[in-house]
Unconditional design. Structure first.
Length: 235
C-alpha cells in the first residue's frame, strides 16, 4: 500500500517533469529539477507528445550540447598535446655542431637537389614550404657550409591563382625567415589544380621556397659524399 506522503510527492514530481518536458526541457535539464532515476523519468515522459517547435528546441539543445562537448574534448586534446610536446622539447637540449651537421645532411637528402648522371654539374638547391625547415637549412648553410645569405638565390613558386597576393607572400617569407624582400626577385607561377585535395588553397597558402647557392656544384657533390657516408655507416 502506498504511503500517504510519498505517493502524492511522486505525482507532483511526475506532473512537474511532464510540464518541463512540454516546455522543451531535455532529460538532463529535467533531472536537475526532478530528483528521480532517469529510468523513472523515461517511463513518465514516454507518452508525452511534443509540438514541432518543442522538438526543434530539443534538437537545437542537443546540437549545442554536442558542440560544447566537442569543444571541451578539443581543448583537452590541445592541453595533452602541449604537455607532451613541451616535455619532448626539453629532451633535445642544445645541438652540437656535429649533430647540426648530420641533421642538415638528412634534411638535404630528403629535400635537396641531387646531381644525376644525365644532369652533371647540378648546384646546391633546397625546396620546401615549411618556414621552420627553411630557417634550419639556412643556419646549416651558414654554420656548416660557411655560405652567406648574399651568396644565395631565393625563388618563390606559387599557383597562378594567387598572382594578386605576390607582395603579401613575399612579405610573409621575408618576415618568417629573416630575409630582406629584395632577395625574392624571382617569382614563378604554376597552373593551379582547382580540384586539388590540398587544404591550404586560400589566404593560408604561401607557396614554396627554393634556395639555390651560387657556384655550388662542388658543395652538392660533397653533400652527396656525406650522405653516402651516413648510409654506409648505418649498415
Amino acid at each position: 500500500m502506498y504511503s500517504t506522503t510519498i505517493f502524492p510527492m511522486k505525482i507532483i514530481l511526475k506532473e512537474k517533469a511532464i510540464a518541463l518536458r512540454k516546455k522543451g526541457f531535455s532529460y538532463t535539464e529535467i533531472l536537475k529539477e526532478v530528483p528521480v532515476a532517469k529510468s523513472t523519468l523515461g517511463v513518465w515522459l514516454h507518452s508525452v507528445d511534443l509540438s514541432k517547435h518543442q522538438k526543434q528546441l530539443l534538437t537545437e539543445k542537443k546540437l549545442a550540447s554536442a558542440k560544447r562537448g566537442g569543444a571541451a574534448k578539443h581543448q583537452q586534446r590541445l592541453t595533452r598535446t602541449k604537455v607532451i610536446t613541451d616535455a619532448a622539447k626539453l629532451e633535445i637540449g642544445s645541438l652540437s655542431q656535429r649533430e647540426l651537421w648530420l641533421m642538415g645532411i638528412m634534411l638535404y637528402w630528403a629535400e635537396g637537389s641531387k646531381e644525376k648522371d644525365y644532369r652533371p654539374g647540378s648546384g646546391t638547391q633546397f625546396t620546401n614550404m615549411d618556414p621552420a625547415m627553411i630557417c634550419f637549412f639556412l643556419r646549416w648553410l651558414e654554420d656548416i657550409c660557411h655560405i652567406n645569405k648574399t651568396d644565395l638565390i631565393f625563388e618563390i613558386c606559387i599557383h597562378e591563382t594567387h598572382r594578386h597576393r605576390v607582395q603579401e607572400i613575399i612579405n610573409f617569407w621575408s618576415r618568417k625567415i629573416g630575409i630582406d624582400p629584395h632577395y625574392f626577385s624571382r617569382i614563378y607561377f604554376k597552373k593551379a589544380n582547382i580540384k586539388t585535395n590540398r587544404k591550404n588553397i586560400d589566404d593560408t597558402y604561401f607557396g614554396v621556397i627554393k634556395i639555390r647557392a651560387r657556384s655550388s656544384t662542388a658543395l652538392n657533390r660533397r653533400i652527396a659524399g656525406w650522405t653516402q657516408g651516413v648510409v654506409e655507416s648505418s649498415r
